[in-house]
Design a protein around this ligand. Structure first.
Ligand code: ATP
Ligand code: MG
Ligand code: MG
Length: 547
């Protein structure tokens, strides 16, 4: 199997070789406008984009598969267009299944006239039974004339018409269930967001996809491999209608542990208030994961690396976040945040007792990437440390105040916590640290054995209030079984907020900036600084493993 380098993305990994196609490649991504795109759709969209554009002259079609007005809307259509743009996918052409309603209707008539379709009472339960038992429908022998009349009745949307559906006459007893006379047209009186009430009958996916792929000049149809059984049916449709055959390439469906990838179920969580909206950072939607801090380049690398695999597995998020970390780490400026709970004030003094003058140091935003520029580090005679850091030091110990220098701990004042003094069983700290005295020793340059401490000079403009938010998976089970009730598998608490103070540079960051708070984690800024109301800035933690 030959491999092609993912050069378009400027990346150096390999993706699967494609079947040979003569002339330029034409692929299509066919979303139904029934929800926002999720990471599973991202896989389909990015693979189609990659294959279309790996050689010059290729075409990516975004075809809105809007054949079921009960699920679909203009809002979802617009959202999907935006989602593609968010992933830097620019289709060369956008089309709509609904643009072909007349053409598909005419092809259905042609199929009936050729004796390859019949009308059936749409008592679906019963139809499924006979299909399961490989028995013919009692309507299977319906003649051409009667089938035409029934189909036309369906298109009037009458009560009688609605009882019927149109089925392809393929092979009711085939070992391949998808060939057992599949339904190709159904009635639906719901108003369509593009064609209004002109149509009362709509083609099914099984009928629509092979026809439009052929008509639109698709040279390679990508499908998830759980549809592999449908390939024979797809070929049958094109053959029965005398259309150009289209080769199929299948890839594995993307699944992640503790993650729902179904527009319908995600829509339910949105509706029931389990998340803020479709772009909630806990959602596996394209906009959700980007808001959570996924770099689009990382998403692309992850998907294209998955490309060759046709095994349907339940992926761990860890792999995904590890790739993301590689993309964000080199460009994330480093900043400081100090958890606000029980923050410890420290007096910083010189050895000779001389007063310490406040200063502003200029330090690189990230030492390993000087091109990011510098940030201001304010020093001063009073600084703050986190309680847990202050707990960890002893009198006489030399510590390193990051980006400033070494200091010796000269004094520690503690306060007894109420209720813990006589409690011998208490395993927690018996007291909290109230104040430290640190003697600065900038001449000491030995940082090898010292504890590194994050700190901030305790002046107002250098203690920007922020909220650091971390999230858990929405569902408790690795994989939802069809018998599971969604509402019973929702994680009770999925959002965790820590209040903190951040350095003065943070106030200037723009929404969407990815930073690292040193010794904490990577974060993406969701709510930037608003000077007026003093409400905290909000950062979302970007996992770099597990979560
Ligand atoms: P959902 O159940 O979430 O609505 P769908 O398959 O019905 O998914 P479509 O809008 O019809 O949604 O899908 C558009 C394309 O995305 C299809 O080609 C489909 O195969 C692909 N796709 C959907 N989910 C996944 C997934 N989890 N992994 C890979 N591809 C997917
Ligand atoms: Mg679908
Ligand atoms: Mg689906």
């Amino acid at each position: 199997r030959a491999k092609a380098a993912a050069s378009a993305a400027g990346a150096s990994y390999d993706v699967v070789a494609l079947p040979q196609v003569d002339g330029p490649m034409v692929t299509r991504f066919p979303p139904e406008p029934s929800g926002y795109l999720h990471i599973g759709h991202a896989k389909a969209a990015l693979l189609n984009d990659y294959f279309a554009h790996q050689n010059p002259g290729g075409v990516l079609i975004c075809r809105f598969d809007d054949t079921n007005p009960s699920n679909e809307s203009m809002d979802f259509q617009d959202a999907i267009t935006e989602d593609l743009a968010l992933m830097d996918i620019v289709p060369d052409k956008t089309s709509y299944s609904s643009d072909y309603f007349q053409q598909m209707y005419d092809l259905a008539i042609q199929m009936i006239r050729d004796g390859k379709a019949f009308a059936d009472d749409s008592e679906l339960g019963k139809g499924d039974e006979s299909r399961k038992n490989r028995l013919p429908s009692k309507r299977r022998d319906m003649g051409i004339q009667e089938t035409l009349e029934r189909f036309q009745e369906m298109q009037t949307g009458s009560t009688e018409g609605q009882r019927w559906c149109l089925r392809a006459r393929i092979a009711y007893d085939s070992p391949n269930g998808t060939l057992r006379d599949p339904v190709i047209y159904r009635c639906n009186l719901t108003r369509h967001h593009r064609t209004g009430t002109s149509w009362k009958v709509y083609p099914t996916y099984d009928f629509c996809a092979p026809i439009l792929d052929s008509i639109e000049g698709v040279t390679l149809a990508l499908r998830t491999n759980e549809y592999r059984d449908r390939n024979a049916q797809y070929e049958w449709m094109q053959q029965a209608l005398g259309l150009r055959p289209v080769p199929i390439w299948d890839f594995s469906r993307l699944n992640f542990v503790r993650t729902l990838l179904s527009k319908r179920k995600l829509g339910r969580i949105v509706k029931e208030g389990g998340v803020w909206d479709w772009s909630d950072p806990r959602m596996p939607t394209v906009r959700g994961i980007i808001r959570r801090g996924v770099a689009v380049t990382a998403l692309r690398e992850f998907i294209l690396k998955q490309g060759p695999s046709r095994n349907v597995v339940n992926l761990e998020w860890g792999t995904f976040w590890a790739i993301n970390k590689k993309h964000i780490d080199p460009v994330a400026p480093r900043h400081t945040a100090i958890a606000a709970d029980d923050v410890v004030y420290c007096d910083v003094v010189h050895r000779d007792g001389a007063p310490l003058d406040a200063a502003v140091l200029d330090v690189p935003k990230y030492v390993k990437n000087p091109s990011l520029g510098t940030r201001k580090v304010k020093t001063g005679k009073t600084i703050i440390l986190e309680q847990s850091d202050a707990q960890s030091v002893e009198i006489g110990e030399v510590i390193t105040l990051m980006n400033w220098g070494n200091a010796t701990v000269r004094d520690i004042s503690r306060t007894q916590l109420p209720g813990t003094a006589d409690d011998a069983q208490s395993s927690g700290p018996p007291s909290i640290v109230k104040r430290l005295v640190l003697e600065l020793d900038l001449d000491s340059r030995d940082f090898k054995k010292t504890k590194k401490m994050t700190w901030l000079a305790a002046v107002e403009e250098n203690m920007v209030p922020v909220e650091l938010m971390a999230f858990d998976h929405l569902i408790t089970k690795d994989k939802l079984e069809p018998s599971d009730v969604l509402e019973e598998c929702l994680t009770p608490v999925t959002q965790f907020t820590t209040k903190a103070f951040a350095d003065c540079n943070v106030a200037d960051l723009a929404k969407g900036t990815v930073v690292q708070f040193e010794r904490k984690a990577y974060y993406r800024l969701d709510v930037p600084y608003s000077g007026h109301d003093k409400s905290p800035m909000v950062f979302f933690e970007i996992p770099s493993s597990g979560k």
